[in-house]
Design a protein around this ligand. Structure first.
Ligand code: FES
Length: 114
């Protein structure tokens, strides 16, 4: 079982924003959705776009900056054309002011959706 890895402090990412974080060679898009943090792979599953350069829409989806397809951030599920394949999610842990990620576990929402 892996150790959670520190991403940043809660105050480092405003609500409604997304940013890219490289962790152990893995590019993540990390989101603050109204004070709750989520992480997914940064690469879009449709082509080679960086989701962290996209825009959060409908409160909990990310719109890809290249073809405007969308994914549900908590579960990683594709929501609109041309996205067909889910993106990987990662479990985010909040400890006090710290935001950490466990690269070996998917998000609780994605795990519950199985
Ligand atoms: Fe993301 Fe096409 S590269 S929707």
């Amino acid at each position: 079982m892996s150790q959670p890895i520190l991403l940043f402090k809660k105050g480092d990412l405003e609500a409604g924003k997304v940013r890219k974080v490289d962790v152990n060679g893995c590019a993540l898009a990390v989101y603050n959705l109204d004070g709750t943090f989520y992480a997914t792979q940064d690469g879009c599953s449709h082509a080679t776009a960086s989701l962290s350069e996209g825009e959060i829409v409908d409160d909990e989806c990310i719109a890809c900056p290249v073809h405007d397809g969308t994914f549900h951030i908590p579960t990683g599920q594709p929501m609109s054309f041309p996205c067909e394949h889910a993106i990987r999610t990662y479990k985010v842990i909040e400890e006090g002011e710290d935001v950490l990620v466990d690269l070996d576990q998917e998000s609780d929402a994605a795990a519950d959706a199985i």
